[in-house]
Every structure is written in structure tokens, then in C-alpha cells.
Write a protein of this length. Structure first.
Length: 298
């Protein structure tokens, strides 16, 4: 059974069409990622599902029933911004939301234990990682079957991010369905069973990471590292490339022919090349191929 089914969903803000006909099916007990740059429409889609944000047209079903206040109870939601109160302790925050959601009080102790939370600490004293865990705990107070997470690891350091990923994988093992929005391809790849790539209000591709990477087809990716100059010249011959902190990834049809040309162009412009290799495609390469731009370009 599908946990969420979305048909031809449109949403505008005034004259601006933010969602231009989204079709998606999220299966029960899968981790499904919406991957796209800022502005792709991920938060808008999530807010429609989790906050009852009004939409223009389309159909949404949750476990086979039309999205409504009743089905909303099946969905737990962790928004981008923290919903905990800084001046309340962890325990008080959970008690406040348990009251609001009419959730059983016994859940509070259980969640504190499960997430290893410091019950008596004020929320403002928590590190970023623990604050995110508190927000997760709040969203689980009434045991939703679907958990929606908006950019769950933004702002977290690498160890906290990895801990959070383990927690999210644990939810899946319990049978929960997880929908998350992210602009980190590593996050989508590390967590998701399936990924929808979103750009400018549209889903441009859906599949497992491997299925999406297969969309690159016959092309190869050449990666050059070093102090790089003359990158504009590369763009004239190989229009699809991503340049990021001293690394250049260039999409080419024939790597054997392209390699000497790339080296010559870069060296003659005064580059210091430290490494050059043919690489496996990443989801960012797929995004570039499908949309003509890099994932974190705004
Ligand atoms: N309340 C609003 N009023 C007008 N335009 C909005 C509003 N909320 C979002 N938008 C616009 O709709 C588009 C999609 O925004 P949305 O926040 O859904 O994208 P996103 O993919 O979640 O990006 P982010 O990660 O930045 O939240 C953007 O162009 C944004 O400027």
C-alpha cells in the first residue's frame, strides 16, 4: 500500500507557481527523499502534507484516504526551524506538546530514554544535534506512522549528522514511512530507498540512487583537482561541469578524447593540476544533467 499518493498537485503563491503538477507515490515503510536546491518547492510540498497548507488543485491520499485533519494525525513533522521552547527544559517541552497533541504522558519518559536526552536541561543549553533530537522526540509523541523531516541535518556537524541518520534508519526498521527534504546529495544517498529530484516546482526524476545515476547514460565524468585556472574555457567545449572548492567535474561523451584537451586547456591557462581521474557519477551529476545547473546553485 502507498503511504502517500500525490496526483497533479499545484500550488501558487500569488502569481508565482511554486508546485507545477507534482505526481508522487511514497510506499509504506520506505525512506523517500526529496532532493533539490533551495527554492525547488520541497518545503511547500511538505507544508501541504504536514501543516495543511492550502493548495490550488490536485489530490493527496494518506494510506488510501484523502488528506484531512484526521489523516494528519498519522503524520509526524519536524520542520526546518526548531519548535522547542528555549526556556523550558527537555521534559517540560515534551510535556507541553504532549498536552497540545493530547498524547499519552508515558511517552515522555520513553522518548527521553530513547533519544538519550538530558531531561532537566533547558532547550537553549542543548547542542544542535540534541536540539534536533528533541524536535524529533516531539514529533513522535503521538506515534505517527509517517514521519516528515525538512532538511533534518542542516547546521549539524558531521558526527551529529551521522547519529541522526542512524536514528532515522531506526524509524524505518520499526516500519515507519519517512519523507525527508534535503539539498545534500550525501544525505539522500545515505538514507533514502528512493529519491525524487526536484527543480523549480517539478519532480524531474524518481528512483533509487542507482537508477538515477543510470540516467547519466554513456557519458563519463572527469574530475580534476588542483589550483584551477581557465575553467571558462572548459565550458566552451564541455558545457556541463561543476566547479567546487578546487574540484572540477566535467561531463564528457568520450573520456579518452576529452582528457588531453582538458589538461591542455587548464595547463595553458596556468592551472596546477594535482589529480585527474574518470569518476563514477554522483546524484549531483545527475541533477546537472537533468537541469543544467548544480545542486547548491541558488
Ligand atoms: N509564503 C511564500 N510566499 C511567496 N513565495 C513563496 C512562499 N514560500 C515559498 N515561496 C517561493 O516558492 C518557491 C519554493 O519554495 P520552497 O520553500 O518550497 O522551496 P524549497 O525547495 O523547500 O527550498 P528551501 O530549502 O529554501 O526551503 C521559492 O521560489 C520560494 O521563494
Amino acid at each position: 500500500m502507498s503511504a502517500i499518493r500525490i496526483k497533479n498537485l499545484m500550488k501558487s503563491y500569488g502569481d508565482f507557481l511554486a508546485l507545477k503538477g507534482i505526481n508522487l507515490e511514497i510506499k509504506e515503510s520506505e525512506i523517500f527523499a526529496l532532493l533539490g536546491p533551495n527554492g525547488a518547492g520541497k518545503t511547500t510540498l511538505i507544508r501541504i502534507l504536514a501543516e495543511g497548507l492550502k493548495f490550488d488543485s490536485g489530490d493527496i491520499e494518506v494510506f488510501g484516504k484523502k488528506l484531512s485533519k484526521k489523516t494528519a494525525r498519522l503524520i509526524g513533522y519536524v520542520p526546518q526551524e526548531s519548535i522547542s521552547y528555549d526556556l523550558l527544559t527537555v521534559e517540560e517541552n515534551l510535556a507541553f506538546y504532549a498536552d497540545l497533541y493530547d498524547a499519552p504522558k508515558e511517552r515522555i519518559k520513553e522518548l527521553i530514554k530513547r533519544f538519550d536526552l538530558p531531561a532537566k536541561k533547558k532547550a537553549r543549553e542543548l547542542s544542535g544535534g540534541f536540539k534536533r533530537r528533541l524536535n524529533l522526540a516531539i514529533s513522535l509523541l503521538y506515534e505517527p506512522k509517517i514521519l516528515i523531516l525538512d532538511e533534518p541535518s542542516t547546521g549539524l556537524d558531521v558526527p551529529s549528522r551521522r547519529q541522526l541518520w542512524e536514528i532515522i534508519k531506526g524509524f524505518k526498521r520499526e516500519g515507519k514511512t519517512i519523507l525527508l527534504a534535503t539539498h545534500y546529495m550525501e544525505e539522500a544517498e545515505a538514507l533514502a530507498d528512493r529519491i525524487a529530484i526536484m527543480n523549480e516546482g517539478r519532480v524531474v526524476a524518481v528512483g533509487t540512487a542507482d537508477e538515477l545515476k543510470a540516467l547519466i547514460g554513456e557519458e563519463s565524468i572527469i574530475q580534476v583537482e588542483g589550483i584551477l585556472k581557465g575553467v571558462e574555457g572548459i565550458g566552451e567545449i564541455f558545457p556541463r561541469f561543476i566547479e567546487k572548492s578546487g574540484t572540477l567535474r566535467i561531463h564528457v561523451k568520450n573520456s579518452r578524447e576529452a582528457l588531453p584537451k582538458i589538461v591542455e586547456l587548464l595547463i595553458s591557462a596556468g592551472s596546477e593540476i594535482k589529480a585527474i581521474k574518470v569518476e563514477e557519477p554522483t546524484l549531483e551529476d545527475v541533477f546537472l544533467k537533468l537541469t543544467g545547473r548544480a545542486l547548491d546553485e541558488v
